[in-house]
Design a protein around this ligand. Structure first.
Ligand code: FES
Ligand code: FES
Length: 162
């Protein structure tokens, strides 16, 4: 089948089998390798993309569902100021990443802060991050990173903490 969709703000078309996974489409047909093929069963989050405005595990999305959708991969998100906030927040919180889970970790953190720019509860952040399996970073460090990113973003947007 031929499917058309928007990928990182560009209209694209591709011919593929209806059951091809979205993770394979973006990596193999568009050379966007920020999303990683990890567990391929929805458990690790390494394959995450923004699919129709929602962070989604692309290993669970067959090609036939991609028709007319809007997809942002880590590469597309990396061109934004919001991405720079996150990288600065990692540095401020002392989070060192190997990069493997970055799609899941970074896009999920962005979703957390979009929903609630000043998350106040550690448990709330941990609950939002539970779909991400990171082998390099303790959950507490990821919580510290989210709080640091929130501060950095508030300063960038408003010149102060909220
Ligand atoms: S590869 Fe998709 S959730 Fe692990
Ligand atoms: S930073 Fe290495 S797996 Fe998450």
């Amino acid at each position: 089948m031929t499917i058309g969709f928007t990928l990182n703000h560009e209209n694209v078309t591709v011919q593929t089998a209806p059951d091809t996974r979205l993770i394979d489409l973006v990596r193999e047909r568009f050379s966007l390798i920020g999303a990683k093929a990890g567990c391929l069963t929805g458990g690790c989050g390494a394959c995450s993309v923004i699919f129709n405005r929602t962070v989604t595990k692309s290993c669970l999305i067959p090609a036939f569902r991609v028709q007319d959708s809007t997809i942002i991969t880590l590469e597309g998100f990396a061109k934004t100021d919001a991405y720079k906030d996150i990288i600065k927040g990692f540095a401020a919180a002392g989070v060192v990443t190997c990069g493997y889970c970055d799609s899941g970790k970074i896009l999920t953190m962005e979703a957390i802060l979009t929903k609630k720019p000043r998350p106040s509860s550690r448990n709330e952040i941990l609950a939002e991050l539970r779909g991400i399996r990171c082998r390099c970073t303790e959950p507490e460090s990821l919580v510290a990173a989210v709080l640091a990113i929130a501060d950095i973003r508030q300063r960038r947007l408003y010149g102060r903490r909220a």
